[in-house]
Ligand binder design. Sequence first.
Ligand SMILES: Cc1cc2nc3c(=O)[nH]c(=O)nc-3n(C[C@H](O)[C@H](O)[C@H](O)COP(=O)(O)OP(=O)(O)OC[C@H]3O[C@@H](n4cnc5c(N)ncnc54)[C@H](O)[C@@H]3O)c2cc1C
Length: 390
Amino acid sequence: MREELHDRVRVFLADHDPATTERTQFLRARYDAGLAWVHFPIGLGGLGLDQALQPEVDRLFREAGAPDNRPGANTIGLGMAGPTILAYGTDAQKDRFLRPLWTAEEIWCQLFSEPGAGSDLANVATRAVRDGDEWVVNGQKVWTSGAHNARFAILVARTDPGLPKHHGLTYFLCDMTDPGVDVRPLRQITGEAEFNEVFLTDVRIPDDQRLGEVGEGWKVANATLNNERVSIGKAADRESGMVGVVARTWRERPELRTPELHDRLLRLWVDAEVARLTGARLRQKLSLGQPGPEGSAMKLSFARIAQQLSGLELELLGEEGLRYSDWTLVRPANVDFTGRDAGYRYLRAKGNSIEGGTSEILRNIVAERVLGLPGEHRVDKDIPWKESAK
Ligand SMILES: Cc1cc2nc3c(=O)[nH]c(=O)nc-3n(C[C@H](O)[C@H](O)[C@H](O)COP(=O)(O)OP(=O)(O)OC[C@H]3O[C@@H](n4cnc5c(N)ncnc54)[C@H](O)[C@@H]3O)c2cc1C
């Protein structure tokens, strides 16, 4: 199978020279050839193969100088919206959304968190009220990464406040260019505005952009969150990401070394390798179905290691590492850990233990759903959402 797949890629590259084929045409053709995400079904960018083969395909394209599909700018589309649409979408939704999502012609964002619904996502107050073939949506979202670049959003809204909080939710695909969608930047600790507040005022979403059944939004959102945690924690190659940057500085700058830092770096290098290999195993499991709560453990490790590594890097570099002079407001399309300086990495890594679920919540998930320990006491589980304390 591996050889056959390599042949397919070789034939594709012979027919579509990356040096002369226009970027979008190249990406569309790659999708149509089933070489986008090989584990997706035939006709939807894939070949129905084992997901473990994907890194090889990506490597062959990279080595041939092929254009990428802006994975850094479309993390939410590729890592979260795509797999959720595949799992819960109608055939028409899969045909409409997956191809431009994969080619990055359409960037996606995630309208989940609200001022009163972050860790307790089932508490969302944004309302969607049915009006014929449409839903009218009103509410406020917050911390929406990349909303300023996004064409579409995955959205969780409350469709029945009379039901307990997990049951009255529905999941939608929201067109960010629709009237009533207002995106406002929020400045982060790094000085950049990578995320936003999003206000939704009488936004009309056609019913055919509902994903899953009415009232099943919690189930669909959980599929997204499990994918999110696998996606955030992933590192494909040894010494990729933060550990690679710090290890490189260590090798190139012997004058900065101390025995104590050496010891800490070695421990973190081993931790990073364990997390990377755990991620590889998780992705193999993924090829058998939707990810389980184990992805939470990996995301938890990723956040801890990233914060410890960025702290160690600052100590290694001393005053040089503390330089951070440019506070101009910029609106980046992606988080660039490796291409930026140590000060940026240190500040941005703070968000790692919050975004995609805080470390406290992930520990609860690991305790309850992986280790089977007794659950947290939940007082509002069975009462109608509208009657719960806000
Ligand atoms: C950089 C960044 C990007 C983000 N991007 C997006 C995005 O694109 N889309 C989106 O929808 N959201 C996004 N978020 C939001 C993120 O998912 C939430 O911030 C997160 O889920 C935490 O929710 P909260 O901020 O409301 O904190 P709260 O839920 O108010 O929690 C505050 C603190 O209390 C702790 N806590 C709460 N409940 C418990 C409990 N039961 N047990 C133990 N501790 C608890 C939390 O862990 C945390 O430390 C982003 C956040 C960041 C930092």
